[in-house]
Design a protein around this ligand. Sequence first.
Ligand code: PMP
Length: 386
Amino acid sequence: MTERAYFDWNATAPLRPEAREAMVAAMALTGNASSVHAEGRAARQVIEAARQKVAVLVGAEAKNVTFTSGATEANMLALTPSVTSGGRKALRDKLFFSAIEHPSVRAGGRFPAGSTEELPVTREGLLDLQALRTVLARSEHPLVSVMLANNETGVIQPIAEIAAMVHEAGGILHVDAVQGAGRIDCQTAELGADLVSISAHKLGGPQGVGALVRRGDIHISAALITGGGQERGLRAGTENIAAIAGFGAACAAAGVARQADAARMARLRDTLEAGLKAATPQAVIFGADAPRLPNTTLVAVPGIKAETAIIAFDLSGIALSSGSACSSGRVQASHVLTAMGADDDLTRGALRLSLGWSTTQDDVNRLLNAWNTVISSLLKTHATAA
Ligand code: PMP
């Protein structure tokens, strides 16, 4: 088999060795964390140690971290009218989210139909702050959901500025920090976020576990899953100890290495983008003028269809995707690029290249070599067909 290079870290990142080790150790345990005997207490200890590590990564208190089955579920838990702030008991009457949110936010969570509204973004993929100001002025108890960094473009939102606006209007801010956590600074207090969703598998933990993190004075009164009262009554069900242990270990490893990894990834990403532009000067990199994650490039070459290109790259040993993993495989325009007002032709051709801590210069070279072959052959086919 040809040696492969993996450029789809935003879909899922490889498991970190620290996470694997923690999971294997946790799988050797027998106890249920709710049992009072020594075995149960050992299981509880693993969960609480992991909770502490997750809390450190996002600068929160461990007691405000709720484990879920992933960020989709964390978003669902957060997006409910039953979120209150401080002593005030007012229910949220309206949910606002940006047009480029993940489908798990755009679905509106647990809000009734008709009480959600999408907010536009600029051509660079940044939330339109004027539109936010307008809706905040006419809403009494808003819940606003804006992602830290977009999964397709990597564009980073000015969350602190957004938080100040939302709070001034008496609102609560939820931040889907899935793509930012472990890659850029993600301290809840600095962001000004009230609720933060994260997912283990984007930062080197296992798939199927995530967390919702709350600021101390934020309260959710509607459980997502009722039953045995686990996770302080918010999410019943016996905890997935191995997954939680892996999540904690991944957060600790990501936190320690974050700055050095980010600098390395940014250098590789810059080399990669320079190579793409040199080979195909007509290529468009989306969100190139906005602040972006150090690991993400969303690029399109006019005349290239993403579906065809992905298969050709796969055969050349390169794993990459079109836009988000959730929409790849389906021939439909990315809602993110549509919201950014991108041309239809470019939208159909958008390829997402996402890197991670173990990406090497060799991987980048392999991608650039494949790029020359694949793109020039697809452009020839396109010219013949046209
Ligand atoms: N939000 C964003 C921004 C994502 O990229 C993803 C994963 N595609 C999710 C939420 C959902 O996370 P999970 O896979 O843990 O449900």
